[in-house]
Ligand binder design. Structure first.
Ligand code: GLA
Length: 375
C-alpha cells in the first residue's frame, strides 16, 4: 500500500440502490416520483492520502485508476470510474476542497438493471470523500451534485430521483418526492408485503439515446403548450384537460409522451394517498395503469418486461406490478404479500424462462435507509 496513505483502517460508507414504485419519466419533467431505497447497496472504503491523488478501485472490474484532483479538467473516459471521478470533480467545482484518497468500491446492486447502481456509486463516493475531507454539505445539495456529475461529467441527462432516494430513503418507507421543490414525504409500506424485483436480464443497447429522445419530446411539448399557457415551464404544470385543448396540433408521438407524463403525475399523487390509507389494492391498480401508459404512450417497455408483468398479474398475492426505472429492459417491481413470495418467485422464474428462454434473477427486497457511514 502506498506511503501516502496515512491510516490503515478505512472509513466505510454504504449507499443503496433504489426501486421506483411509481412515477416513471416524471422527474425530469419537474413532476412526482415514488421510489424506495432497497437493501442492495454499494459500499465504499476510503483511506485518506496526504496528497491530492484519488486512487479508485472496484470489485466489479480488474483495473484501478488514479485521478489528480489538481488537474480536474480531465474529461470523462467512458470508463466505470467516471461516476466516482465525476463526483469528485463536481464537489471541487462547487468549491469544496477534497483530500486525496484511496477509494475501494464494492457493489451488490446489479449493474445495468435499472436499480441505480450508478447513483449508488456516486452517493457512496460523495459521502466518503466529503467525510474524510471534513466537508459538511447538506444532503439535498449532495444529491444535486451527484446528479450533476452524471449530467455534466458522465454525460447522461438523468433526473434527480435516484441520487435523492439513495440519500433520503428510509426503512419500510416509500419516498414521495416533488422533483421541482425537492420537498418529500415518507409514506408507510406495510411489513406484510415485500418489494419483489424481477430482472428480465435484458439490457437495451439504445436505452441512453431513447432516454434523451424522450426528454426532447417532452421539451417540444412544453414549448408548444407554453404558447397558449404562459405559466407552463414543464409538463408538471399542464393538466390533461389543457393537453386535450391545446395539444391538438402536436405531433401524435409528442402528444402521447405528454399524456404519459401528465397522467403519471396524477397517478403518483393518488398512489401517495392510497399508501396513507394503507390501500394496497388501489396502489396496485395505479401501478398497473403506470405500466400500460409506459408501454403504450411513452413506449419504453419491452416484450420481456411486458411478459414479466403479465405473469405477475396471473399470480396470487400480488397487489401491483410494473416495469421500473428507465425501461427497455431491466426490472419489474412487484408488491407481493409475504406469505405468497416463495410461490410468486418460483412461478415467475419458471414461466419467464419457459416463454423467453432467459433465466431471470429475482431479488426479494425491503425498503431501506439511505446512505450512511458504517461504524
Ligand atoms: C433513470 C433516471 C431517472 C429517471 C428514470 C425514469 O433511472 O436515472 O432520473 O428519469 O430513469 O423514471
Amino acid at each position: 500500500m502506498s506511503q501516502t496513505l496515512n491510516s490503515s483502517a478505512p472509513r466505510k460508507f454504504r449507499a443503496p440502490g433504489r426501486v421506483n414504485l411509481i412515477g416513471e419519466h416524471t422527474d425530469y419533467n419537474d413532476g412526482f416520483v415514488m421510489p424506495a431505497a432497497i437493501n442492495l447497496s454499494v459500499f465504499a472504503s476510503v483511506w485518506p492520502r496526504d496528497d491530492r491523488k484519488l486512487q479508485i478501485k472496484s470489485d466489479r472490474f480488474d483495473d484501478e485508476i488514479e485521478f489528480d484532483l489538481n488537474q480536474p479538467n480531465r474529461a470523462a473516459e467512458h470508463h466505470w470510474s467516471d461516476y466516482a471521478v465525476g463526483v469528485a470533480v463536481m464537489l471541487e467545482r462547487a468549491g469544496h476542497r477534497l483530500r486525496g484518497a484511496r477509494l475501494e468500491l464494492r457493489g451488490e446492486v446489479p449493474l445495468g438493471s435499472g436499480l441505480s447502481s450508478s447513483a449508488a456509486v456516486e452517493v457512496a463516493t460523495a459521502c466518503a470523500l466529503t467525510a474524510i475531507s471534513n466537508v459538511t454539505i447538506d444532503r439535498r445539495e449532495l444529491a444535486l451534485l451527484c446528479q450533476r456529475a452524471e449530467n455534466e461529467y458522465v454525460g447522461a441527462r438523468v433526473g434527480i430521483m435516484d441520487q435523492f432516494v439513495s440519500l433520503f430513503g428510509k426503512e419500510q418507507k416509500a419516498l414521495l418526492l416533488d422533483c421541482r421543490s425537492l420537498d418529500y414525504k415518507l409514506l408507510p409500506l406495510p411489513d406484510t408485503v415485500n418489494l419483489v424485483i424481477c430482472n428480465t436480464m435484458v439490457k437495451h443497447a439504445l436505452a441512453a439515446s431513447a432516454y434523451n429522445e424522450r426528454r426532447a419530446q417532452c421539451e417540444a411539448g412544453v414549448k408548444h403548450l407554453a404558447q397558449f399557457l404562459p405559466h407552463v415551464r414543464a409538463l408538471r404544470d399542464v393538466t390533461l384537460a389543457q393537453l386535450e385543448q391545446y395539444g391538438r396540433d402536436l405531433p401524435e408521438v409528442v402528444y402521447r409522451r405528454c399524456r404519459h407524463v401528465i397522467t403519471e403525475n396524477t397517478r403518483v399523487l393518488a398512489a401517495g394517498e392510497a399508501l396513507e390509507r394503507h390501500d394496497l389494492y388501489r396502489f396496485g391498480e395505479l401501478m398497473r395503469g403506470s405500466h400500460f401508459s409506459l408501454r403504450d404512450d411513452y413506449e419504453v417497455s419491452s416484450w420481456e418486461l411486458d411478459v414479466m408483468v403479465e405473469l405477475a398479474f396471473m399470480s396470487d398475492g400480488v397487489y401491483g406490478a410494473r416495469m421500473t426505472g428507465g425501461g427497455f429492459g431491466g426490472c419489474t417491481v412487484n408488491i407481493v404479500d409475504v406469505p405468497y413470495v416463495d410461490e410468486f418467485t418460483s412461478f415467475i422464474a419458471r414461466q419467464y424462462e419457459h416463454i423467453t428462454k432467459l433465466r431471470p434473477e429475482i431479488y426479494v427486497c425491503e425498503a431501506s435507509n439511505g446512505a450512511e457511514e458504517i461504524r
